[in-house]
Ligand binder design. Structure first.
Ligand code: ADP
Ligand code: ASP
Ligand code: MG
Length: 406
């Protein structure tokens, strides 16, 4: 007997037929004698609709009320799946985030899970009951409903798996695993049988939305075995695991892209101690996450240009914050551009192989693609380029690093 967490994403519970299919899939595991906790997302498209409504109701929606609205999609699917399971003879009950509870921070809209007490779920298992948990939801201090950020059901699933010490956490989605890059834009993308936690973490944080970044962080910390697989086909997916479990390691395992970027440049800021702190301090206070940063060498020793990137959704707020600093910083101009994309090549093999950057820059140059900003970590290189070149760049890099399927 094993203990399993099965998570089904939006397209996997998109309508009543799909929900019936999921119920049958869960029943198979129950019939095999396993204890099962299911985590569901909202039906595909529902969360977007709910978000759109909050934006129609108010210019700057209060984040707590935003959460009350957007958390509802998962309430519907968890109830429906519990009903569908009962209908085929599987004892099941639904659980909202606040009922378990899944306690979270008060960062409404992208709250962090603080704790899940697995005992409630274990008591359910003892009664022979499948738990159907609404993903994406948390309980914030003060008893308020919170949500875990877009794609957050993945994180709910991994957190539940850690809390009940599940043998595996299966993430069922609309692709049959993690690919070398988004299979929807590169036909020659290859499915990976295994990927390391570290690489998956970089892939996710650089834009591959197949798993929410925090879910991979949690899996890594709690050593949860995560498998990404299709809810439409019956075949093994991709296992996210430790480096030691992977026999053949490529230098570059994957390519990710993120369209959720905006670039800002401050022209002619003073080149003296404390300036960077007075730019990025107020941004941090305003909860703006800054990603890439470059500062040019000062030509005249008195002033310089600073370029940085933020999430596209934060662009207006960033312009406001930096605009308010004009008198203090006395910069000449603030330029901004949301028409950019970040493309990253990722691989633990980079630690031991030289020449990855050169190969990346050459491949982009051959396609006439200009690089605006570069940033690196131990296992990834990212470049910022004009958004129009996204697909061309991802395909060229995929070929250049020998990732194309035959
Ligand atoms: P779900 O609703 O099941 O959570 P998501 O839409 O959040 O599904 O994530 C699955 C999608 O992630 C796929 O349809 C695919 O387009 C995208 N994706 C991006 N990069 C990758 C990748 N490297 N491998 C697999 N899928 C990827
Ligand atoms: N329904 C939420 C979203 O669309 C959470 C999830 O799907 O993981 O972001
Ligand atoms: Mg998702």
């Amino acid at each position: 007997m094993a203990r399993l967490v099965m998570k089904f994403g939006g397209t996997s519970v998109a309508d009543m037929d799909r929900i019936a299919h999921v119920a049958a899939r869960v029943k198979r595991e129950v019939d095999a004698g396993h204890q099962v906790a299911v985590v569901v997302s909202a039906m595909a498209g529902t969360t977007n609709q709910l978000v759109a409504w909050t934006n129609q109701a108010a210019k700057m929606p209060d984040r707590r009320e935003y959460d009350v609205v957007v958390a509802t999609g998962e309430q519907v699917t968890s109830g429906l799946l519990a009903l569908a399971l009962q209908d085929i003879g599987v004892p099941a009950r639904s659980w909202m985030g606040w009922q378990l509870p899944i306690t979270s921070s008060d960062a409404h809209g992208s709250a962090r899970i603080l704790d899940i007490d697995g005992k409630v779920l274990e008591a359910g298992f003892a009664r022979g009951e499948v738990a159907v948990i609404a993903g994406f939801q948390g309980l914030a201090p003060g008893g308020r409903v919170s949500t875990l950020g877009r794609g957050g059901s993945d994180t709910s699933a991994v957190a539940v798996a850690a809390a009940i010490k599940a043998d595996r956490c299966d993430i069922f989605t609309d692709v049959d695993g993690v690919y070398t890059t988004d299979p929807r834009i590169v036909e020659k993308a290859r499915k990976l049988d295994r990927i390391t936690y570290e690489e998956m973490l970089e892939m996710a944080s650089q834009g591959a939305r197949v798993l929410q970044t925090r879910s991979v962080e949690l899996a890594m910390v709690h050593n949860v075995r995560v498998q990404v697989l299709s809810s439409f086909e019956d075949k093994p997916g991709t296992l996210v695991c430790d480096e030691g479990e992977i026999v053949e390691q490529e230098v570059v395992s994957g390519i990710a892209y993120s369209k959720d970027e905006a670039k800002l440049t401050l022209l002619r800021v003073a080149d003296q101690p404390g300036v960077a702190a007075s730019i990025f301090g107020p941004l941090a206070d305003a909860n703006v996450n800054v990603d890439m940063i470059v500062q040019n060498v000062s030509e005249d020793g008195t002033s310089t240009d600073i370029t940085f990137t933020v999430g596209r959704a934060d662009l207006d707020r960033t312009v406001q914050v930096i605009g308010a600093l004009q008198t203090k910083l006395n910069y000449r101009q603030l330029l901004h551009d949301a028409n950019v994309v970040k493309v990253s090549v990722i691989g633990v093999g980079m630690r031991s192989h030289a020449g990855v950057a050169t190969r990346m820059f050459t491949a982009l140059a051959e396609k006439g693609i200009n690089i605006q900003v570069i940033s690196t970590s131990e296992i990834k290189i990212s470049v910022l380029i004009a958004a129009d070149y996204t697909e061309l760049a991802v395909r060229a890099l995929h070929t250049a690093f020998g990732l194309d399927s035959e």
